[in-house]
Design a protein around this ligand. Sequence first.
Ligand code: FAD
Length: 433
Amino acid sequence: MRLVVIGGVAAGMSAAARARRADPSLEIVVLEKGPQVSWAACGLPYLLSGRVNRPEDLIIRPAESFQRERNIGVRTGAEVAAIQPSRRQVALCGGERLAYDRLVIATGARPERAVAGADQPHVFTLHTLEDGRRIRAFLEEQRPRRAAVIGGGYIGLETADALAERGLAVTLFEAGADLLGRADPELTRRLAEHLEGQGIELRLNTPITAVEDLSAAGAPAELVILAARLHPNVELAAEAGIELGRTGAVRVTDRMETNLAGIYAAGDCIETLHLVTGGPVYLPLGTTANKTGRVAGANAAGARERFPGVAGTMIVALRGLAAGVTGLSPAQARKEGFQPTAVHITAEDRSRYLGSRPTLVELVADRRTRRLLGGAVLGERGVAGRVNVIAAALTAGMAVEQLAQLDLAYAPPLAPVWDPLLLAARALLKELG
Ligand code: FAD
């Protein structure tokens, strides 16, 4: 029995590792077209800022150790050109064919490069370890002073912040009106204020379709990072007859099965179920890639596991500010047919006599059902913990009353007696009447 996994990063390696635990006798082969498997893309911004010293520091586990320690065969430089489901085999670039009994597709996503002039030597994407290496070398050798980052999602924000930390003058361009891809003017306003305070110039509603546009926009740059959008790598799957979903990513069941028997998919190439809307969503994140990879690996090896879906939780870490979001913003909720009402409160993140700082909490609920629909937390400290509580409440389908009554922790140096989340929930109850 042979399991073949295409793609050797978060989803692919999680699938391989989980399959090995589920079935010690399974033959497992991971095919990765790049030079590296098992590395932490999420650490790339810190390689740019210098907080991570060397690209190698982002490698979680060297390729050889998988064979030695887990009996997982890893082949790097092995690109799959086609999947042939009728023969249960994959064809590699170069002509070799490899049979499978079970297949996990974990081909990830790729950043948008459709900007005229993107092939110039000072224009990069930040997606692979090689990208990180090249940008870091460019920073050290060319010593650019002005950078433009295109895309106001979390990768664009973290990249802009990392370059500013290095001392570059940074302009961040976003084609739409919102940051973090979340139709949320209040969140965008607060983030924009913070960026400005850090000396990062933000241009919203400014689509960049050519590198030359930057000079015309008064922001000529010696370094350009394209971080506008991610596209799921679905071509291999689609050509093999695997169905895509409404979002354009691979459609899978909660067991990560595709429509073809014996073929599973996981990570940034799939869409998942949104726990609040109940519909499909494309939210490519490392957390989800690891979990869906595990589930795909377990089921491919004969165990039975399921992935219930995502609440849409995400956090971005900038110097001096973290912004965490989960569920729906008011505008997103309206678009989904809810009747949202929202509050924004600013509260102390710990007891004042121990040096508290303000934390902003946004909570969104449905007027009809009083169910919590989403939230955001912005602050210097404690943001992950608070946004995670909201995510748990969303997952449990809590009403605002239940959130307001949660038994949350209090100790003066860590959190105030009335946690900002509880204050926000009380304010939302008042709104709901
Ligand atoms: P990928 O990591 O894209 O891996 C897919 C692999 O498949 C690639 O190595 C590719 O070479 C290989 N492949 C593709 N096609 C083929 C083929 N035909 N044959 C063989 N191999 C193939 N997520 C978070 O949750 N939190 C964060 O803070 C965070 N920060 C990030 C910061 C940056 C700069 C980036 C780029 C991403 C960040 N992410 C973060 C997202 C996270 O890294 C991804 O969601 C995760 O890596 C997806 O894993 P994956 O295995 O699905 O896909």
